[in-house]
Write a protein that binds this ligand. Structure first.
Ligand code: F6R
Length: 611
């Protein structure tokens, strides 16, 4: 949460800073601000609300300077107001700081610094760092990197910090602990940002920064040290996607574009994964002995990624016959889970930066588990801290609501399930190859689903005033119901709940009133024994006045539905990758119908880097 960008080089800094913030706005959009590296006093402008407010405030008479830092905020400490917007300054207006994360000991720092005469002008945890750095810089004779090293040693929590000082404005100093920061290397210019998206249009050369590393950039140099001041070796890498991947490409919203990218995203996740009837997952780096010794799989994830994990449980247990537990990362961290060296942990995260998942991963690692990350973001923290990583190759996901990441996460877990099944000798090569072929047919089938979603727009008009929408599913359709409800909540701001069809009669059915929309996900036809059970659930809610929208396969008999949305035929295990798509479109269209901001829903941020 919070997007950070720093620039130093020949350009007028305001351009790369604002462009960078625009691409990072998915990380938070409560307020935005910049500090430009003017000498004497820094030029600072900040505004509550979206980036447009800041842009309007900047006006035409901006100083042309060649360095600066910019921030887009998701508020934690202090409301989303002008005064709490970043950057935060020291009392001389010469040193500015921007921050992503939480400084846990900010209150004691503030008391200490106020005792030394510092005057605070915000309610944030960040401002104490500006004052602290100001004092330490003086005691280090103007050496800002040295001040940053000492400051960080006394900070608790998670943070990425960037600082700039008016006396040496071409220098920007950054540090990261449990929050992302990446260095972009340009030609005579350098960048620091939360995500490569901020500078992708200028350079594809990036450098990973490790935990507690302090980085100093000027237009022509960079250096990285640990907190003791020892030089650290940089690991440079090439960014593989280009700037157009982070553009809307003719779609009205990133979310819609990403929904329509799903066939390709799933195909890219699967590419090259089957050779001679063998699933190819060399990156897992597990010996046959280790694979045989796995006695449990634990999935750790949050939100949509957690729903992908719930689907994975059905597939992995069915195919590999290994017990699977799926845990909300935020809960796992603070209990005493039974995990040991024979546990394979799957840490699923689109961003690779989700703090709850990262903390859970570390907890599992400390208990001896082997960690496999399923991630969409190259070189992010979760893969870096895992023993192995399976990238989903969905391409950048910009819309806050996750869509293509979800489908590719499910596909990736299926690969793991088939791989374990094959390596453990539970499934024969032919069976594995057959399941893989079914997976490979999905991109084409998702295309078909996308061709038939138009009527969903009309449907959202019918139900736009509903106060509550319920989603029902059984088997793999149950996590799909949860995901459909989550999408509707976050985009349409409507009350929505997903239930297992069988649970309905144990309480939730009391929610049904005359006209309540209920979306029922029917399991796949012939091979599934649950059709009739679901058909009964549909009758039960209909008898109590519900308007039932059923998602069913072509040819599946459906009675009692107000509307039926048809999916191409597919084996039961493959259905989640099809049935989720109309639910994504439904939530998208409902948000549009209700006039909500689709790509940046209220109160949310794409990458949740606080616990
Ligand atoms: C919902 C959504 C969130 C994320 C969750 C985990 O649309 O996007 O629920 O799925 O915050 O994020 P990652 O996958 O980045 O760890």
């Amino acid at each position: 949460m919070c997007g950070i960008v720093g620039y130093t080089g020949p350009q007028s800094a305001v351009t790369p800073l604002i462009e960078g913030l625009r691409r990072l706005e998915y990380r938070g959009y409560d307020s935005a601000g910049i500090a430009l590296g003017t000498s004497g006093k820094l030029y600072v402008e900040k505004r509550a609300g979206k980036l447009n407010n800041l842009e309007q405030a900047l006006g035409a008479d901006l100083p042309t300077v060649h360095s600066g830092i910019g921030h887009t905020r998701w508020a934690t400490h202090g409301g989303p107001t002008d005064r709490n917007a970043h950057p935060h300054l020291d009392n001389e207006g010469k040193l500015a700081v921007i921050h992503n994360g939480i400084i846990e000991n900010y209150a004691e720092l503030r008391t200490l610094l106020e005792g030394r005469g510092h005057k605070f002008s915000s309610d944030t945890d960040t401002e104490s760092v500006a004052h602290l750095l100001s004092d330490l810089r003086k005691s280090h004779n103007g050496d800002l990197p040295a001040a940053m090293r000492e400051a960080v040693a006394s900070l608790r929590g998670s943070f990425t910090l960037l600082a700039i000082h008016a006396d040496a404005p071409e220098t920007i100093v950054g540090v990261r602990r449990n929050s992302p920061l990446v260095l972009g290397l340009g030609d005579g210019e350098n960048y620091l940002a939360s995500d490569v998206a901020a500078f992708i249009q200028y350079t594809k050369r990036a450098v990973e920064l490790g935990q507690d590393e302090v980085v100093t950039i000027t237009p022509t140099s960079y250096s990285i040290t640990d907190l003791a001041g020892n030089s650290k070796k940089a690991k440079e890498y090439e960014i593989t996607w280009d700037a157009s991947a982070a553009e809307k490409g003719g779609f009205t919203h990133f979310m819609l574009k990403e929904i329509f990218e799903q066939p390709k995203a799933v195909a890219d996740t699967l590419i090259g994964r089957l050779k001679d009837k063998k699933i190819q997952l060399d990156e897992l780096n597990l010996s046959s002995r280790e694979i045989k010794d796995i006695d449990k799989v634990v999935v750790l994830a949050c939100g949509t990624a957690f729903h992908a994990g719930l689907i994975a449980k059905y597939a992995i247990e069915k195919w590999a016959k290994v017990p699977v537990e799926v845990e909300l990362a935020s809960e796992f961290r603070y209990r005493d889970p039974i995990v040991n060296k024979n546990t394979l942990v799957l840490a699923i995260s689109q961003s690779g930066e989700t703090m709850d998942t990262l903390m859970a991963l570390r907890h599992a690692k400390s208990l001896g588990a082997r960690i496999l990350a399923i991630c969409n973001t190259n070189s992010s923290t979760i893969p870096r801290e895992s023993d192995a990583v399976l990238y989903t190759h969905a391409g950048p996901e910009i819309a806050v609501a996750s869509t293509k990441a979800f489908l590719t996460q499910v596909a990736a877990t299926y690969l793991i399930g088939l791989y374990l099944a094959q390596q453990r000798g539970v499934m024969k090569d032919g069976e594995v190859a057959e399941a893989f072929e079914q997976l490979q047919e999905l991109p084409g089938k998702i295309e078909q689903v996308l061709e038939t979603v138009e009527p969903l727009r009309e449907l959202t008009r019918t139900f736009a005033a509903a106060t509550s929408v319920l989603f029902l599913g059984r088997n793999v359709g149950f996590p799909v119901a949860l995901e459909g409800a989550l999408k509707l909540k976050e985009l349409a701001y409507m009350h929505a709940e997903g239930f297992a069809g069988g649970e309905l009669k144990h309480g939730p059915i009391a929610l049904i009133e005359e006209g309540t929309p209920v979306i029922a996900i029917m399991p796949a036809g012939a091979e599934h024994a649950l059709d009739e059970k679901m058909a009964s659930n549909i009758q039960e809610v209909k008898a109590r006045g519900a308007n039932v929208i059923v998602i069913a396969e072509e040819g599946q008999v459906v009675t009692g539905a107000t509307h039926v949305i048809r999916l191409p035929k597919a084996p039961a295990m493959m259905q989640p990758l099809l049935a989720t798509v109309p639910l994504q479109v439904f939530a998208y269209e409902m948000a549009v119908t209700r006039g909500n901001d689709v790509d940046q829903p209220r109160n949310l941020a794409k990458s949740v880097t606080v616990e």
